[in-house]
Design a protein. Sequence first.
Length: 183
Amino acid sequence: MFDKQYRFKGRHALRVDQLTSAFDGESKAQLFGRNIDIYTNASLIGFLYGRTAELDNTKNPETNQVYNQNVMGDRVIYSQEELMFNFRLIMLLDKLYEADEDKRIDKAFRHIGENPEDEERFDNYVRGGVDVLYEKLIEGAIEPDDYINNLYEFVEEFQDRFNSDISEEVILQLCIKDNWENS
């Protein structure tokens, strides 16, 4: 698993292209530098936002070929550890996909790559994450400042949505509690 080229297709390929394209001709600034950066992050974004997307086969009207954006195999292999961590995390946490906790643990650690539906679930989250990133970062942006504002708003929303309940005091209490119980 995660040992070969990955291919974004259809509308997701177009969206990956826009997410990695320079949005400022002068500075050549980009939101993402490489397709692999999107691939490694999109699954978590899709999962956290509860977004999945089916494979899309939108075609280029000029060539009648399905749009493609590749993540080269060497990049996937280089990022294999991070991708595997993301896969395991999603398999462990996705109670909607598998309600039974023991089966989720098996999917994450014992039976990796044995069930094509697990890989498809992960890929659905990748595509859903691409959709979220596109909607939050690209849609409505025209000028370079629009892209920067969208990025800032997305980071702020992410912080509020997923990290607002976590404080340093809570983390310290958990650390002290764990250390106290293990002594």
